[in-house]
Design a protein around this ligand. Structure first.
Ligand code: CTP
Length: 403
């Protein structure tokens, strides 16, 4: 099978990673038709792109030779998938607005193929209300996203905005190419599942934060299991050091308030699972500048964070058909889980013992108890992937029964 993508390389520092992406794709037998925007050409040369892709590089909307050989409409449809990497704030804005002001935006408007974007930009630009709006619009238009990841950025700032690694993008491309409907058939086909995972980071100042030991593994495993069962999965993830799983849309967040906003934006959905270890408190007013040692130990005033599970569990309109929470406890496990089931309006609480001797928190195994209004079911110790599969099978049945 000949697999081909159209790769639009936008103008950002991350453009150099597009070269590595081309190399990885070629190695996987995926042909690449490259489009280099004018801004992109400021970061990588046409020559390197052409040499790696082994193809002509397209760059100009008004090229007579290109139009006589293959018009831009045809170019936009000759590939199986359109990939934008790096997807800059500018390219996202153009695509969201439906502009056709250069070759890249024209191709995005003219294509009838699925589109995958790998955003890369400064963290402030990523968090700007305009980019959030464009992102929501593009998602609603069916565009898929991989990344951005959190970390140190070329501009010296820290946070979400770094382009996903080429390996991650290549794996995502392969998943999309191999499953044109994009998702396997299974008991969750046609269902949308939203999952929170990982810790939250609550800033004290620009360099310090309050966090916890959650690894995100259980939430990521659940996301993988739901995807394998055919669901469309959106994973709202706090900062973790886990690879972005292919075939899953990951929305990276840092603070609890951001996590809540991202979850709300994904409503309605069929099934919402809250596996994140959300910080219960945030620093009321994080310092704008780095706190200095000479000033002495700071007095941190804390404010309560919103409870994401409870907010969604008690929603009047657009409440998911099933709302599932986790309860990580060191004592009174089942009593606490029952209390949380009622207090947060959940349909099930997956309770687990996280006392230090259990080794569960941050580890590879888990031992859970399913607490519902009907009673408690104890499961044996299993690895987190097994827990995830069995739990998703159970939830798929509950979902089928609920409707
Ligand atoms: N949760 C949430 N938002 C919060 C706190 C918790 O969505 N601000 C969710 C967790 O994802 C989990 C469930 O609520 O699914 C229970 O979390 P847990 O930390 O055990 O409960 P808390 O309400 O924080 O209670 P406590 O820390 O006192 O045990």
């Amino acid at each position: 099978m000949n697999r081909r993508i159209l790769l639009i390389i936008g103008g950002g520092i991350a453009a150099y990673k597009a070269l590595e992406l081309i190399r990885l794709l070629k190695r996987r037998g995926i042909a690449v038709t490259p489009v280099l925007t004018q801004a992109g050409a400021q970061f990588v040369t046409e020559m390197s792109v052409a040499a790696l892709a082994g193809e002509k590089v397209h760059g100009d909307l008004f090229s007579i030779t290109d139009e006589t050989q293959m018009g831009h409409i045809e170019l936009s449809r000759a590939a199986d998938l359109v990939v934008v990497a790096p997807a800059t704030a500018d390219l996202m804005a153009k695509a969201a607005a439906g502009l056709a002001s250069d070759l890249a935006s024209t191709l995005l408007l003219a294509t009838d193929k699925p589109v995958l974007m790998a955003p890369a930009m400064n963290v402030r630009m990523w968090e700007h209300a305009a980019t959030r709006r464009n992102l929501a619009q593009l998602r609603a238009d069916g565009v898929r996203f991989t990344g951005p990841e959190s970390g140190e950025m070329a501009c010296g700032e820290f946070g979400p905005g770094r382009m996903a690694e080429p390996e991650t993008i290549a794996a995502e491309i392969e998943t999309l190419l191999d499953a044109p409907g994009a998702l396997p058939e299974g008991p969750l086909s046609g269902r949308k599942v939203v999952i929170t995972a990982g810790p939250t980071h609550e800033p004290i100042d620009p360099v310090r934060y309050i966090a916890n030991r959650s690894s995100g593994r259980q939430g990521y495993a659940l996301a993988g299991a739901a995807r394998d069962m055919g669901a469309r999965v959106v994973l709202v993830s706090g900062p973790v050091s886990l690879p972005v799983p292919p075939g899953i849309e990951v929305i990276p967040v840092e603070r609890a308030e951001e996590m809540l906003a991202a979850v709300k934006e994904e409503m309605p959905c069929d099934l919402a699972i809250f596996a994140a270890a959300v910080a219960d408190w945030r620093v009321k007013e994080a310092a704008a500048g780095k706190l200095k040692k000479q000033a002495g130990p700071p007095r941190l005033e804390l404010a309560p964070n919103p409870d994401i599970l409870a907010t969604i569990g008690k929603m009047k309109r657009h409440r998911p058909a099933l709302v599932i929470g986790f309860a990580a406890e060191t004592e009174d496990l089942l009593a606490q889980a029952r209390r949380k089931l009622a207090a947060k309006g959940a349909d099930m609480i997956v309770a687990n013992d996280v006392s230090p001797e259990s080794g569960v928190f941050g580890g590879a195994h888990n031992q859970v108890h399913l607490v519902t209004a009907q009673g408690v079911e104890d499961w044996p110790r299993m690895d987190k992937a097994q827990v995830a599969r069995r739990l998703m099978e159970r939830l798929a049945r509950m979902l089928a029964d609920a409707q």
